[in-house]
Design a protein around this ligand. Sequence first.
Ligand SMILES: [Mg+2]
Length: 250
Amino acid sequence: MIHGVLIDLEGVLYVGGYPLPGAREALLSLRAAGIPVRFVTNSSRTTRGAIIDRLARMGLDVSIEHLFTPVVAARNYLAERKLTPHLLVHSNIRGEFADLLGSPPGAVLLGDAGSAFDYEALNQCFRLLLDGMPLLAMGSNRYFRDDGELSLDIGPFVAALEYAAELEAVVLGKPASDFFLAAVDSLELPPQDVIMIGDDAEMDVRGALAAGLRGVLVRTGKYRSGDEAKVEPHGGRVFDDLDAAVDYIL
Ligand SMILES: [Mg+2]
């Protein structure tokens, strides 16, 4: 039995500022059936508040404590270890770390910085990593769909720094098990009773399966033909969209 659901945002609930057909109704059906939902995104370009506002403008009603983002995970990770971050993040989220900044930094924190990923900024991070600082990455996604085209996400930049500095980043987002399990804990359910629905075969579905959850891939958003082969051999299911996935759950 499935008693709780985790849902990715971009590519599952909406694309490019518009809700996907049936998405709102699917959320209402879950609510009517009494199945609790948490939302898990790897977006590190905006704050949780901005994400909630954006969803509200699309008629998607999500409360802030039900939204799990790598920004929150990174804040918790830094605070628990009393680490001051060197930031290479989008300007939209710098303020989220203002109270944790200090000198000297104790960790390099990478977000999806967009056009701020320039040679000088990456070199600064590289040199700090050579000095022995850990690399914290708010996700490791390869690409995302942006205005109809696929664009580089944070993952290729994390990989470049890992390669150059010969280390492995700590990922504070999907597909890290801890990230899924934080959302599952808030449902007070065992992982095997919770299903993750996403459009990214690796980050969403394979990540959830590895954490002991069930996983569903939807053929919307960044889905590409052939992605079935990345999830079905591992026990993941595939449906056309959120509506069809929710029909299966109910
Ligand atoms: Mg997605």
